[in-house]
Design a protein around this ligand. Structure first.
Ligand code: ADP
Ligand code: MG
Length: 626
């Protein structure tokens, strides 16, 4: 009895302690994040200067100005907001500054007085508007992956773990550290947590500048505030400069920004550039005081949005030129007169202050060496494949079902004439091609992640191409093997036929898989991918040396020399039925094995060509098209 009483006392006192903890945490969260002291390992020390950044689209009827020349200076540890009506060029300005714009643009951007170089990708990070996160990793694994690739050199695992934990804490997501991220098919962390994880990915490698495109859009007001608060704490604590496109911030959220770049649209022009807190008094002084009860940020947007009631966009665009531009340009000039610091020196200092090894720092845009890139990617790919059990079940389930259904249709084909057996062989080849189409959506999902990570300098196109080929080919080969072995068992053909049939069907299958991987890289979406893939696949199936062979009257019959299936079926036929004169003369198959080497050469050559094309497509893309 007594022990029970003391146990319940302990429970009560524990819960009081817990409540007190929660209260303390809450009041901490209520503190002004701008007063967060700078940490001893604050690595941010970079100033960004841009001059006359401008973007024009070349069009037939005359060029269209999207963004008129913009200039500005941002200091380390600053929270800078970019605001403006939709289509005014906020993302465009952000992309130009982040070096992510793929279309040509004008103006210059300087990091600590020096023009941006190959190290820029390692010193900055970009948080795109949509979270593109690997669904089947835990939050912690996701950050560790980035840390491993962004912070070069050997480092004890627990050091990396500690860095990851610090980052999780900083963004307030340590509670979900071991949860899977998830996606539309699998429940995972919440939208707000995903945004904070995306920000954490940007911070973890020691970025000097984080560019974020609408990190709060689509979140509840409370979540939005938590996200911006986390950014603000990180900026003050670590000296990281945040340049953020933001939409409709609440007053509390707006108060966390130091500076504001306000743009108007048609065309995109600066209307205000200066301290966020001074923006309302700036428009008031110009003769447009806000009504007494309104959110200042909403008012600012209303007054510079073309088409809105009472808007003054042209007035404020002119006023910027008259009242602010000279001052901004003077700040740009003054900043560029300061001593410059090379990006290597910045990187070295940032490493040193975080206690990382600076001995072997190098100038390449990717921090990790090739073996690290490859092994880190491979281990992530394997982890995710293993965890996505439902995808594996579907893939192998379908392979099994296909094998059984088609196998039953061709049951005991061994007892039928050779010519009918050949149509069975053709079906085996065809099954592989069809099964391949099902993996296109997965490949397309993957490519967004790859492109963003390549453009962030996490790894190079070589590592990801090899890793991708290895994992995807292994899966494809296994499922294809399953279908083939079932089909073959049900055919009751002698097992000595199996080797030749399987070897050639596998080769032709690999060519088609490699081809689809190229399509997945170049198609703009899942739908266009399937449409783009179709003509070649149909051609492969049609000019397969069976429907259309050398004996056919089609003037296109030369295409059988391109179709991997045609080479495969001829080799299977000549390998298994060379003595069947009727078959040989019906399709005009070459009677000896003299073509075997040629067939091997063509199929391997085609595979190689597609593999190289995939690599080139990955390498050429600077990220998603912008
Ligand atoms: N590479 C491009 N090619 C053609 N048009 C572009 C390109 N980049 C941006 N635009 C156009 O520029 C305008 C501004 O776009 P954006 O910067 O995304 O606006 P927002 O302020 O809403 O972020 C839009 O009309 C967009 O279609
Ligand atoms: Mg935008």
């Amino acid at each position: 009895m007594k022990s029970n009483a003391s146990a319940s006392d302990a429970l009560v006192s524990n819960s009081i302690v817990l409540n007190a903890d929660a209260l303390a945490q809450r009041s901490r969260a209520r503190e002004d994040p701008k007063t967060t002291p700078r940490a001893s390992n604050a690595f941010g020390q970079s100033r960004l200067v841009y001059r006359d950044v401008t973007f024009t689209i070349a069009r037939k009827g005359g060029d269209k100005l999207v963004l008129a020349p913009c200039s500005g200076v941002n200091e380390p540890g600053e929270m800078c907001a970019i605001m403006g009506p939709s289509g005014c060029g906020k993302t465009t300005l952000l992309d130009c500054l982040a070096k992510k714009k793929t279309a040509p643009y004008g103006g210059e951007v300087y990091l600590n007085g020096a023009k941006r170089d190959a190290l820029y990708a390692r010193l900055t990070s970009y948080v795109p508007q949509n979270d593109t996160l690997p669904a089947y990793l835990t939050v912690r694994e996701c950050l560790k992956f980035v840390h491993r690739l962004r912070v070069e050199g050997t480092m004890a695992e627990d050091e990396r773990d500690a860095a990851v934990l610090e980052c999780l804490r900083l963004l307030g997501i340590e509670d979900v550290g071991d949860e899977l991220i998830g996606d539309e098919h699998r429940r995972g962390i919440s939208g707000g947590q995903k945004r904070r994880l995306t920000l954490a990915r940007g911070l973890i490698g020691g970025s000097q500048i984080v560019f974020a495109d609408e990190p709060t859009s689509g979140l509840s007001a409370t979540d939005a505030e938590t996200v911006v608060r986390a950014m603000c704490v990180a900026s003050k604590k670590l000296g990281v400069l945040f340049i953020t496109v933001i939409h409709q911030p609440r007053a509390e959220v707006a108060a966390m920004f130091d500076s504001l770049v306000l743009l108007t649209s048609n065309p995109g022009r600066m209307v205000y550039s200066g301290p966020f807190a001074d923006a309302v008094s700036y428009v008031t002084k110009a003769g447009f005081p806000p009504p007494r009860t309104c959110n200042p940020a909403d008012y600012l947007l209303d007054i510079i949005t073309p088409g809105a009631w009472g808007e003054q966009s042209n007035f404020f665009a002119q006023r910027y030129i008259d009242a602010q531009m000279a001052e901004v340009e003077a700040r740009v000039d003054a900043a560029l007169k300061q001593p410059t610091k090379t990006s290597m020196a910045v990187l070295q200092d940032a490493y040193a202050v975080q206690g990382f090894d600076t001995k072997n720092l190098h100038n390449s845009p990717v921090a990790a060496n090739f073996p690290t890139q490859f092994s880190t990617l491979l281990s992530r790919e394997l982890t995710m494949t293993k965890r996505n059990v439902s995808a594996l079940k579907v893939r192998f389930g379908v392979a099994l079902l296909q094998g059984i259904v088609v196998g039953c249709a061709f049951f005991n084909i061994a007892s039928r004439p050779a010519i009918l057996q050949l149509s069975f062989m053709f079906m085996v080849l065809q099954m592989g091609t069809i099964a391949n189409m099902a993996i296109l959506p997965k490949l397309i999902n993957q490519r967004f992640i790859y492109r963003i990570e390549i453009s962030d300098g996490l790894y190079g196109a070589v590592a990801v191409t090899i890793c991708n080929a290895l994992v995807n080919n292994t899966l494809a080969i296994l499922s294809n093997f399953l279908t083939t072995i079932i089909l073959f068992s049900l055919s009751l053909l002698p097992w000595r036929f199996f080797g030749i049939l399987y070897a050639w069907s596998l080769l032709s299958f690999m060519v088609v898989t490699a081809y689809l991987r190229v399509i997945a890289q170049i198609a703009s979406s899942g739908d266009t991918a399937i449409q783009t893939a179709m003509p070649f696949l149909l051609g492969t199936i049609l000019f397969n040396n069976f429907f259309i062979s050398r004996a056919s009257g089609s003037f296109l019959k030369f295409l059988i020399y391109v179709s991997p299936m045609a080479w495969a079926i001829e080799q299977i036929a000549t390998g298994l039925y060379e003595n069947d004169q009727q078959m040989m003369s019906l399709y005009l198959y070459k009677p000896s094995n003299s073509w075997t080497m040629v067939a091997l050469f063509v199929l391997l050559g085609e595979y190689l060509v597609f593999q190289i094309l995939e690599f080139v497509a990955l390498r050429k893309s600077k990220g998603p098209l912008r």
